[in-house]
Design a protein around this ligand. Structure first.
Ligand SMILES: Nc1ncnc2c1ncn2[C@@H]1O[C@H](COP(=O)(O)OP(=O)(O)OP(=O)(O)O)[C@@H](O)[C@H]1O
Ligand SMILES: [Mg+2]
Length: 284
């Protein structure tokens, strides 16, 4: 196919040899299947900020580090240079998260780098070599659902131990290949140590993914993995290979101010995202 203009610089630099076909056009990015030497890869072309969805909301970028202070000031001012810097921070956030998670033994596409606003990564394929389906398009036996859900919980734990919460985990951002679930779509991943919404986001991530697997294994509905994971994390007891139970005893002794604050935060978060979506619909 004709090379899209955003991919041309990568072709010119010899990073991509051919663009095979477009795969998806999402809210945040256009995805292409490309050939690099003898390998087939995935190229994610980020959309310009003004075309992107609510994920760019301040909730997600809170705590994202910008070391260079001229850069931080420019970003705050929203100058043209600032906007360009903000774009780079956003784009690099995903490739950084991929490298970090791959190191932490979380199954993600192998990153090859981010060049000119294009993320090059491993293409996740099924046993036929076709692009792997999303979890949302996969059905499974109850046993398989319990096993894969367990694996996903392990990934969530490893991610948290590596200091990150996905922030948009759902059956639409997980692919399934022969070996099991592969987590994708991480530009909005939040830094746990610096983001006040980390707990609310982790609970929501776990709730959504558990809801999907529970369509096949109903017993998963009665579990409380998110609460268990966070409580271990807060007590400094969580390690990457922690054996979870799926249960979490509420602490009756202490007044549950934290839980109330959390509910308020979660509600604020949802409302902020709703407003952002409404605003976007008006802009479109
Ligand atoms: N590494 C990959 N291998 C195979 N398919 C991929 C890969 N990355 C993305 N895709 C496909 O492209 C789709 C969109 O990717 P992604 O979720 O990263 O982008 P997005 O713009 O955030 O999309 P959306 O707005 O729909 O969430 C995925 O649902 C998946 O089908
Ligand atoms: Mg997505």
């Amino acid at each position: 196919m004709k090379v899209p203009s955003r991919l041309q610089p990568l072709v010119d630099d010899g990073l991509i040899d051919a663009v095979l076909f477009p795969l998806m056009s999402g809210k945040e990015a256009d995805i292409f299947v490309v050939r690099c030497g003898t390998s087939t890869r995935c190229a994610k072309v980020y959309k310009e900020a003004y075309k992107r969805s609510f994920k760019k909301a301040a909730t997600y970028s809170e705590g994202r580090k910008v070391r260079n202070s001229r850069r931080a000031r420019a970003m705050e001012k929203g100058s043209r240079y600032g906007r360009k810097q903000q774009e780079e921070v956003w784009q690099n956030a995903e490739v950084d998260a991929l490298y970090r998670l791959a190191r932490a033994d979380v199954r993600v596409p192998d990153p090859l780098g981010c060049f000119d606003g294009v993320l090059l990564m491993e293409l996740i394929v099924d046993d036929q070599g076709d692009v792997a389906p999303r979890l949302a398009d996969v059905t499974m036996t109850p046993d398989q659902a319990v096993e894969d859900h367990g694996l996903m919980m392990r990934y969530v734990v490893r991610m948290l131990c590596a200091g990150l919460v996905h922030g948009d985990l759902s059956e639409f951002n997980v692919l399934v290949d022969d070996e099991g679930p592969v987590i994708i779509d991480l530009p909005q991943a939040v830094e746990v140590a610096a983001n006040n919404n980390a707990q609310a986001m982790l609970l929501r991530d776990v709730r959504k993914i558990t809801a999907y697997y529970s369509l096949f294994a109903r017993e998963l509905l009665d579990t409380r993995y998110g609460e268990e994971i966070w409580s271990l994390f807060e007590d400094g007891e969580l390690h990457p290979e922690h054996e979870l139970t799926g249960h979490c005893e509420p602490d009756d002794a202490a007044p549950d101010v934290d839980a109330v604050m959390l509910e308020i935060r979660a509600a604020l978060l949802e409302e902020q995202e709703r407003q952002q979506r409404l605003q976007e619909m008006e802009e479109d």
